[in-house]
Design a protein around this ligand. Structure first.
Ligand code: PGA
Length: 253
């Protein structure tokens, strides 16, 4: 954490929660985090539950994120969701390029970049996910992978737009596995990303950039992660599906 950057804790619900369950989770969470003023709290339900969660959290200190979007404005793209639809459903953020999208749905740095541009064009704040696989790390390709994903995802993004982006570093081997990167391991990559952004933009932009860590974050390990100088938040899967555990995470000391 760094006093200059406001922490951002986001729950990525993935393909979980019906509308009824989503409403219940959000309602239970609201009183548990209502006194939080110094950090951003974001919920990422599946598309079908966005409107219901938007209604539930209206007037609270919680914001809404989608988990994906399409890069075109509208048209014949069966099964896809546009930025306007997300805005209309109450979204402020959108998660882009999650490793599960890259791994199972063929997303590339190129499509990720198109989505980041579309989100920015429409006024959604992108949470751009990057992260290496275990094979990358073991082959000594950590830096190469992160550089490629950061360069690719941010291609042709202006300095002004860069101020609106959050980057999430999620080592693929730590997602849903219970294997968290150690705070030092995570911070090392966060620092690398910040360095890269400094080279691409400026020291000011790099210092203002919020970088979340994601991968088996829990109420137990969040504080040691957040104590690291380059870790500015968490993108949380499993532990965001229960109001008590996500609230405990948000309320980390
Ligand atoms: P996890 O997922 O917290 O369940 O590891 C994190 C993510 O994929 O965003």
């Amino acid at each position: 954490m760094n006093a200059k950057r406001r922490p951002i804790l986001a729950g990525n619900w993935k393909m979980n929660m019906t509308v009824t369950q989503a409403r219940e989770l959000a309602s239970k969470l609201i009183p548990l985090v209502s006194s939080v003023k110094d950090r951003d709290i974001v919920l990422g339900p599946p598309f079908t539950a966005l409107s219901a969660v938007a209604e539930t959290i209206k007037g609270t200190n919680i914001s809404l994120s989608a988990q994906n979007l399409h890069w075109e404005d509208k048209g014949a793209f069966t099964g896809e969701i546009s930025a306007d639809m997300l805005l209309d459903s109450g979204c402020k953020y959108v998660i882009i390029g999650h490793s599960e999208r890259r791994q199972y749905f063929g997303e590339t740095d190129e499509t990720v970049n198109k989505k980041v541009k579309q989100a920015l064009k429409k006024g959604l704040l992108p949470i751009l996910c990057v992260g290496e696989t275990l094979a990358d790390r073991e082959a000594g390709k950590l830096n190469e992978t992160i550089n490629r994903q950061v360069n690719g995802g941010l291609k042709d993004i202006s300095t002004e737009d860069m101020k609106k982006i959050v980057i999430a570093y999620e080592p693929v081997w730590a997602i849903g596995t219970g294997k968290t990167a150690t705070p030092d391991q995570a911070n090392e990559v966060h620092a690398l990303i910040r360095q890269k952004v400094k080279a691409l933009y400026s020291a000011d932009i790099a210092e203002g950039l919020r970088i979340q860590y994601g991968g088996s974050v829990t109420p137990e390990n969040v504080s040691t992660l957040m104590a690291m100088p380059d870790i500015d938040g968490a993108l949380v899967g499993g532990a965001s599906l229960k109001p008590e555990s996500f609230a405990a995470l948000v309320n980390f000391k």
